[in-house]
Design a protein around this ligand. Structure first.
Ligand SMILES: [Zn+2]
Ligand SMILES: [Zn+2]
Length: 257
């Protein structure tokens, strides 16, 4: 299934803040560069007692300015190659503007529908659903955020989230999946994020795998991870089967009863 959309100019993918930052970044670099050139010229007097405070503060300030400039400028090629497409979702029909990564890159990430649970890819202006066989044990592209699972999740007697795990290999989908792999921790950074509180309730999960994809035979990467309350899946097929089995709905809420 696929839909055909309209390609929009790349700058449509940028918010106002991001756009302003991109435009300002070359000027930031020049500004910081001028100051550092002045620093080199004035060398010798900089650390005189009168100047040392201004030198230290200026170096810190313009150091930050230079880093911001470098970050902004280095993002430009990536921003220019983004594919911004307005189309209907091939799965649920929701019409939206979506941004896709550089289609020439084999490791470009898929893009969420944003409405239903589907992940999408674009080829030119044609938008298709992610391939069922897609799986990546390093990046775990398919995310189930708490907003999606909280309305339906059950809690067990140790106050863990209780999910049914589809009876198939969490990588290749083989029904002969008699081994298990533990969920990995993908959380990083600040512990202030309130969604981190859900991580503990997800940390006991395991997913079935076939012999070929057991920890012993394919040790690197994870099939499942928790990441600040999000449940991340390596396999698109398994992600979809998991949502279906646990009645986690997208645009169309599951029929109950
Ligand atoms: Zn959709
Ligand atoms: Zn397998």
């Amino acid at each position: 299934m696929s839909t055909v959309g309209t390609r929009l100019p790349f700058w449509k993918s940028l918010g106002w803040g991001e756009a302003a930052f991109e435009i300002a970044s070359p000027f930031l670099l020049v500004w910081a560069g001028k100051w550092f050139v002045g620093l080199v010229h004035g060398f010798g007097h900089l650390l005189d007692n009168d100047n040392v405070g201004a030198t230290v503060v200026g170096t810190l300030f313009f150091g930050v300015v230079a880093i911001a400039g470098i970050v902004g400028v280095s993002m430009v090629p990536e921003v220019l190659r983004r594919l911004v497409i307005e189309s209907a979702c091939p799965c649920c029909g929701a019409r939206r503007q979506r941004t896709f990564g550089d289609p020439a890159k084999s490791d470009a990430s898929p893009t969420e529908c944003g409405e239903c649970l589907a992940y999408l890819r674009a080829k030119g202006v044609e938008v298709t659903e992610e391939h069922a066989d897609a799986a990546d044990l390093d990046w775990l592209e398919y995310a189930l955020p708490p907003e999606r699972y909280l309305p339906v999740v059950k809690i067990d007697n140790r106050s863990h989230f209780k999910f049914e795990m589809p009876a198939m290999c969490a990588i290749c989908g083989s029904p002969d999946a008699r081994q298990h792999r533990e969920i990995g921790c993908g959380s990083s950074g600040t512990t202030q994020d309130p969604s981190r509180g859900y991580d503990d309730k997800l940390s006991h999960l395991t997913a079935p795998v076939c012999k070929k994809h057991s920890e012993a035979e394919a040790p690197s990467g994870d099939v499942l991870e928790y990441r600040s309350g999000k449940l991340m899946f390596a396999s698109y097929r398994y992600y979809k089967a998991f949502c279906e089995l646990n009645q986690i709905g997208g645009a169309k809420p599951p029929v109950t009863g």
